[in-house]
Design a protein around this ligand. Structure first.
Ligand code: PXP
Length: 239
């Protein structure tokens, strides 16, 4: 039975569109947990474009399942993670100009750096996940760097423009899952997964956890809109 970890970044994105204090990703995390989420994920980006330090501190206090902090493998974030102590850190590549994480980490070209970062986080009892493309060389490098978990980047699969492309890209994920499992790495997957393209993953029980954000927040806006409008209509109708 796979687990679902819900990424609350885009609740914060909506908040930041106004620069006020709602909607609060911390409350969203509580609701996600009440609905059965097995974990909460947030990405503290260097530019703080959605999740803020305050959110991370409160999430650490509020989250009762498992808090997974996505972050770049840079000194500032390592210091914050060692202080806040999330249950899991997922190291991701980060470029300021990107809209969202665009590709997996290149662990192979910089294994020593990642090994050092993994060591510094593990010292504090944090489990480490490395976000990588479904590439056997990167999986071996992640294992060499001492990762506990690999999160396989499903973004290319989710962007497939037709069935042939989707099948071919999914096949790469299948191979990556087998290679990770042979190395006894725990396996997660995420990026771009939605209510439709996730169905193919039923055939991959070795993936233990899915990390999903945008499609859940997008659906929440739509399925919640009717109720939200009704609540406001009820308020103003007798004015
Ligand atoms: N996994 C990683 C490493 C990510 O960076 C993201 C996006 O923040 C996700 C999963 C979730 O992707 P999405 O928002 O497309 O579901």
């Amino acid at each position: 039975m796979a687990r679902l970890a819900v990424n609350v970044d885009h609740v914060a994105t909506v908040r930041e569109a106004r620069g006020i204090d709602e909607p609060d990703p911390v409350l969203a995390a509580g609701i996600a947990e009440l609905a059965g989420a097995d974990g909460i994920i947030c990405h503290l980006r260097e530019d703080r474009r959605h999740i803020k330090d305050r959110d991370l501190r409160l999430l650490r206090q509020v989250v009762k399942t498992k808090l997974n902090l996505e972050m770049a493998a840079v000194e500032e974030m390592i210091r914050i993670a060692r202080e806040i102590l999330p249950d899991v850190v997922t190291l991701v590549p980060e470029r300021r100009e990107e809209l969202t994480t665009e590709g997996g980490l290149d662990v192979k070209s910089d294994t020593d750096h990642y090994r050092r970062v993994v060591g510094r986080l593990r010292e504090k009892g944090i489990k480490i996940s490395l976000f990588i493309d479904p590439d056997p060389a990167q999986i071996e490098a992640a294992h060499g760097a001492g990762a506990d978990i690999v999160e396989i980047h499903t973004g290319h699969y989710s962007e497939a423009r037709n069935e042939i492309e989707a099948r071919e890209r999914f096949e790469r994920i299948v191979k990556a899952v087998d290679a990770s499992s042979d190395l006894n790495l725990a396996i997660s997957a995420g990026h771009g997964l939605n209510y439709s393209n996730i169905k193919r993953f039923e055939s991959l029980p070795k993936i233990e956890e899915y990390s999903i954000g945008h499609s859940i927040v997008a659906r929440a806006v739509l399925v919640g809109l009717e109720r939200a409008v009704r609540d406001m209509v009820d308020l103003v109708k007798d004015f």
